[in-house]
Design a protein around this ligand. Structure first.
Ligand SMILES: [Zn+2]
Length: 229
């Protein structure tokens, strides 16, 4: 099952033709590609890949909005859109389906799928557009509305504009760094990039970012590569 999760807030209007979603919050209105189209495209690619490998199993897809506060306006024709609390009910519907492939074939298929998964190579935007990394705006920003985050306590931050409380704003900053500057980041670099004074706090969030770490000293680096958990 393909799950396309969107952390979008505010009010969402699903448009049928062209298939777009108009997001309206208290501060902005934005048009997005429809996440249902995105999930359908990924599903179709996976179905084609499975067929090439002589496997015919149904691949389901759903679009999930994690926040119950998101207002979803859609026509009744769109039936793959859910809030996170519906997910257990959705999965329960499929748990008693008959098994269609043998367990060993299932595992070998997963292995082949992983081996064909080519990591996407990023060309950092600073080098692409000749921007000096030192000219970038420093700080911690809201990934929903780009507003400057404020500190609530030593380990929690919130957005005073849309009230989002990111679970790991430093991991979001690391992702930005990988897109903007380069494939690795040190504690010192992230401290400067996020305008933070405490190495210990930065280290705590880097450790739980999910990104791969190399080295054990103070000079260790985190890489643009997720650790499978
Ligand atoms: Zn915000």
């Amino acid at each position: 099952m393909i799950l396309e999760v969107k952390n979008w807030t505010g009010s969402l209007d699903f448009k049928d033709s062209p298939r777009l979603v108009i997001q309206t919050t208290s501060t902005y209105t934005k048009s997005h590609d429809c996440p249902c189209v995105q999930a359908e495209t990924i599903r179709d690619r996976l179905v084609r890949w499975l067929k090439r490998n002589d496997i015919e199993i149904p691949v389901l897809h759903a679009v999930i909005f994690p926040y119950a506060s998101t207002i979803i306006n859609k026509s009744s024709f769109i039936n793959n859109v859910h809030v996170a609390s519906e997910l257990p009910i959705l999965l329960k519907k499929y748990e008693n389906l008959p098994s269609l492939i043998a367990e060993d074939l299932f595992h070998s298929t997963i292995t082949s799928l992983w081996s064909e998964n080519t990591p996407f190579t990023l060309n950092p935007l600073c080098s692409k557009y000749s921007i000096l990394p030192s000219d970038l705006k420093n700080g911690l920003f809201c990934s929903t509305c780009d507003f400057h985050l404020l500190k609530k306590s030593s380990r929690s931050y919130y957005c005073p504009n849309c009230m989002t409380m990111p679970s790991n704003p430093f991991a979001d900053a690391m992702t930005d760094w990988f897109f903007l500057v380069g494939p690795s980041i040190s504690n010192r670099e992230l401290k400067a990039f996020t305008n933070t004074t405490t190495s210990y706090i930065v280290g705590y969030f880097m450790k739980s970012s999910g990104y791969k770490k190399k080295g054990k000293t103070r000079d260790s680096l985190y890489f643009n590569e997720l650790v499978c958990k």
